[in-house]
Design a protein around this ligand. Structure first.
Ligand code: ATP
Ligand code: MG
Ligand code: MG
Ligand code: MG
Length: 476
């Protein structure tokens, strides 16, 4: 029997604890005291100040399994979800960290040993990438763990140089990829590590924090360089279990099987329904974790990301023929599955259930009518030979039917059309000037009665700085 996802998570943490790393709990997906970030998107986020030296901890090595979200800003994988086998909105990042303690040599050895000895991956299938100028890393992969030089690929700044921000700690990265076979590739002659297709799967990224960059761009070597690594649990689990899609791993199959039974749609029956099953599984995980960490649906900031994800899931439910609220049930399966690793989430399941069902009911009332309106408008646009949906209709869907713009854009794109975004903005502007008073959408910023009072109990966040109202991704 192959290892389960839960076992792999535990084995990773145990391995690094054995190497004198302090086991640290995942921080919330809502970053503490970091207004520059909508969601925690990597394991290092909770250690930022430790890396810069502003904060001291009683340990200089740590290991975590961090809850991560990549749905905004620099890392936005939302549109990839369900379409690629390796991207999720929510995922767990396994990591080991050195705060001025060990550096490249040990990091390389730990990672290689974990993958080949602990996980039993075939070294013959592994490739590594290093930053173009990082001769030291290339040499270490060869001398310390015996990677053949032809398996070491050099990649540029875009792929393999990491920086905390415009200034501050930065340095080269090195990634471990697994060759999943030529049949998974794009078939292009130059398909190699770093290609966007599914042949070479990036498993693990090792960041070598080695310099401090100042405002002029000058890089000074750090006196005590650090290590920050991240490996997606879903990817390593699928790989170890012999699959090329994360969704075939046991972290996802119970969730997808549940939805499949609920909808009476078999897995593997048809590509479109499979996409829906995958998206729903991803989004159910995301919604459970977001609400579990205190995010409530709203028309702004984090709450709007939750609302957008939930509404996308609701629409995929309709595609599978599910009528009425269902996502809370799927989220229930998620929380059962995650119970061992996240007991706190399991304990708050009654609350999570209430929040999700209430948002599902809220949107359910207008979803079907909105979908009907949209399909009529699409048919009309097509009949007229137009390649865009007019902005007025997109705005009406947004304003009256609660369709985030990105949801409308996704549905429209599936039909091969675009949305007239300028027209949408214009309609929004007209609406705003019509209602002189502060614009309040369709009143959706107010929580339904069942949830009123939760905000005052400390749930929900009011971050407004980085996400537009509409569901467009506006952050840099
Ligand atoms: P990719 O190139 O596949 O998008 P990345 O280079 O953006 O990945 P990193 O920022 O290096 O990812 O994050 C470290 C690790 O986290 C990756 O090597 C991968 O295993 C995992 N990971 C990154 N993004 C996702 C995601 N959206 N879903 C699942 N796992 C992810
Ligand atoms: Mg990425
Ligand atoms: Mg990458
Ligand atoms: Mg990477």
């Amino acid at each position: 029997m192959a290892k389960t996802g839960n076992e792999i998570r535990q084995q990773f943490l145990d391995y690094f604890v054995k190497q004198q790393h302090q086991l640290v709990k995942s921080s919330s997906v809502v970053p503490a005291d970091d207004p520059s970030l909508l969601f925690t998107n990597a394991g290092m986020v909770q250690f930022k100040n430790v890396f810069t030296g502003q904060e001291k901890r009683p340990y200089n090595r740590a290991t975590t399994c961090q809850k991560c979200f990549r749905v905004s800003g620099k890392h936005n994988d939302l549109e990839n979800v369900g379409r690629t086998p390796r991207h999720h909105t929510f995922f767990e990042m396994l990591g080991n960290f050195s705060f001025g303690d060990y550096f490249k040599e040990k990091a390389v050895v730990f990672a290689w040993e974990f993958l080949t000895r602990e996980m039993g991956l075939d070294p013959e299938k592994l490739w590594v990438s290093v930053y173009t100028e990082d001769d030291e890393a290339a040499r270490l992969w060869e001398s310390e763990v015996g990677v053949r030089p032809e398996r070491i690929v050099r990649l540029g700044e875009e792929e393999n140089f990491w920086a905390m921000g415009d200034t501050g700690p930065c340095g080269p990265c090195s990634e471990i990829h697994i060759d999943q076979g030529a049949h998974m590739g794009c078939g292009r002659e130059d398909c190699a590590v770093g290609c966007d297709c599914d042949r070479f799967l990036e498993l693990w990224n090792l960041v070598f924090m080695q310099y401090e960059r100042d405002a002029t761009g000058k890089m000074t070597p750090l006196p005590r360089p650090s290590i920050d690594t991240g490996m997606g649990l879903e990817r390593i689990a699928a790989t170890v279990q012999g699959f090329t899609s994360n969704y075939d791993s046991d972290l996802f199959t119970p969730i997808m099987d549940f939805t499949s039974q609920l909808a009476g749609v078999a897995r593997g029956a048809d590509e479109e329904s499979d996409v829906s099953l995958r998206v729903i599984a991803d989004h159910a995980r995301a919604c459970a974790v977001l609400v579990g960490d205190g995010v409530l649906p709203s028309n702004e900031g984090r709450g709007y990301v939750l609302r957008r994800i939930l509404r996308r899931a609701a629409r995929h439910g309709r595609k599978l023929g599910l009528s009425g609220p269902f996502l809370h049930k799927v989220a229930g399966v998620v929380m059962d599955e995650m119970r061992g690793a996240y007991p706190g989430l399991y304990d708050s399941r009654a609350f999570v259930d209430k929040v999700i069902i209430s948002e599902e009911e809220r949107f359910g009332e207008t979803l079907d009518t909105g979908l009907k309106l949209l399909s009529e408008a699409l048919a009309e646009a097509k009949a007229k030979g137009q390649d865009v949906l007019d902005g007025q209709t997109a705005f009406k869907l947004y304003d009256t039917f609660g369709f985030p713009l990105d949801l409308t854009m996704t549905i429209v794109a599936e039909e091969g059309l675009g949305v007239d975004e300028e027209g949408f903005d214009e309609a929004m502007g007209q609406q705003r000037s019509r209602s002189r008073a502060a614009w309040s959408g369709s009143g959706e910023h107010q929580l339904p009665p069942a949830l009123a009072g939760l905000r005052s109990e400390g749930f929900g966040t009011t971050f407004t700085g980085y996400e537009g109202l509409t569901g467009r991704d506006t952050a840099a």
